[in-house]
Design a protein around this ligand. Structure first.
Ligand code: ATP
Ligand code: MG
Ligand code: FE
Length: 345
């Protein structure tokens, strides 16, 4: 069956069309440029941008896929979590399509969609698997036994998300927003051992209570202090070394905990998703550490890791394939949708 998926949880208006595990279209309009001068996503600006981009993006997806709207068999949409106003635009559009076309509607969880997207590139999902989702809004370790109905959180960030830390550190180094790709590039010419930045929640004591949780705000503060001290001393800031050492601190903790979670649960596959999964050091380190313990890793290509509509369509396709009951037309936009709720009622 042909599934159309709509994503509007943050600053990307995404419309994807899939046929089973085959990706037919992945149209994305991002408002990231409009947020750049604020150094972060502004919710009101994002909602308005979704409203303007929604119809053109649906049209573009249909054109790219070479299908007509009435060929679509089901509509999937991100029900949550995310920015309330932004989600509302996608959910309203999806309801309008479902009613207008007379097709079933699936309101799905954004985090599970980040996992499901991988089947478009690498085929059937490894289940159970440990999913490490790292983006501007999330940093979570999940145990995914069934992407359509059995997702359990093992841990998450207790403060900033990993991508948020990249963006904040980039900002204090004078790099543009979003900062992740810039830090990644700068780090290539720097030394990852130049500065010993703290590894959050990694002490024996912290591990007792927060074995699979993350904390990045202390790291961000440590980088800020280090840079300030340099500036106060009138010395130049070695941007590449700071970027590389910071990136190493983030990737070290993320990969160590992901691999430990897999080993702890007796699970042999790790799936990485979210915008930070595009990070070149993270990709190398997770593969290195996992393979040393006999664990396989799957990471979708960067374009599928950041927010998009194809991931929502991919999860919708699984809902249909596994016979899940569609959501009601009173489906909410749920900004704090729990990760355990994969499909909205
Ligand atoms: P959500 O958290 O709801 O998924 P988002 O828009 O913040 O929304 P994504 O679009 O998945 O998330 O990812 C954007 C984040 O990924 C930004 O914080 C960005 O800096 C980070 N990022 C992108 N590329 C890289 C990279 N190469 N290295 C590190 N971080 C990166
Ligand atoms: Mg984004
Ligand atoms: Fe996301």
């Amino acid at each position: 069956p042909l599934i159309l998926g709509i994503e509007t949880s943050c600053d990307e208006t995404g419309v994807g069309i899939v046929h089973g595990h085959t990706l037919l279209a992945d149209a994305v309009a991002s408002s990231v440029e409009e947020h750049a001068r604020f150094g972060g996503v502004v919710p009101e600006v994002a909602s308005r941008a979704h409203l303007e981009a929604m119809v053109p993006t649906i049209e573009r997806a249909c054109e790219d896929a070479g299908v007509k709207l009435h060929d679509v068999d089901a509509i999937a949409v991100t029900s949550g979590p995310g920015l309330a106003g932004a989600l509302l635009v996608g959910v309203a559009a999806a309801k309008a399509l479902a009613v207008g076309l007379g097709k079933p509607l699936y309101g799905v969880n954004h985090l599970a969609a980040h996992v499901a997207v991988d089947q478009l590139e690498h085929g059937p999902l490894p289940e159970p698997c440990i999913a490490m989702l790292v983006s501007g809004g999330h940093s979570s370790l999940l145990r995914v036994a069934d992407v359509t109905g059995d997702v359990v959180p093992l841990g998450a960030t207790i403060d900033d998300a990993a991508g948020e830390a990249f963006d904040k550190v980039a900002r204090l180094l004078g790099l543009p927003f979003p900062g992740g790709p810039h830090i990644d590039r700068e780090a290539r010419s720097g030394s990852s051992v130049a500065i010993d930045f703290p590894r959050g929640l990694s002490s024996q004591r912290d591990l007792q209570r927060h074995r699979f949780d993350f904390s990045f705000s202390g790291l961000k503060t440590a980088v800020a202090r280090w840079v300030e001290a340099r500036e106060r001393a009138g010395e130049p800031v070695p941007v590449a070394d700071v970027a590389a050492s910071f990136q190493e601190a983030v990737c070290d903790v993320l990969t160590r905990k992901a691999v430990d979670a897999a080993a702890d649960q007796g699970i042999e596959d790790i799936l990485v998703g979210g915008g930070v999964a595009a990070n070149s050091r993270l990709r190398v380190l997770v593969e290195e550490r996992a393979s040393a313990r006999g664990i396989r890793v799957r990471v979708p290509r960067p374009g599928l890791c950041t927010d998009n509509g194809a991931m929502v369509a991919a999860l919708g396709a699984e809902m249909v394939a596994r016979g899940r009951r569609p959501s009601g037309l009173d489906l909410p936009a749920d900004s704090s949708m729990p990760v355990t709720e994969v499909l909205a009622g």
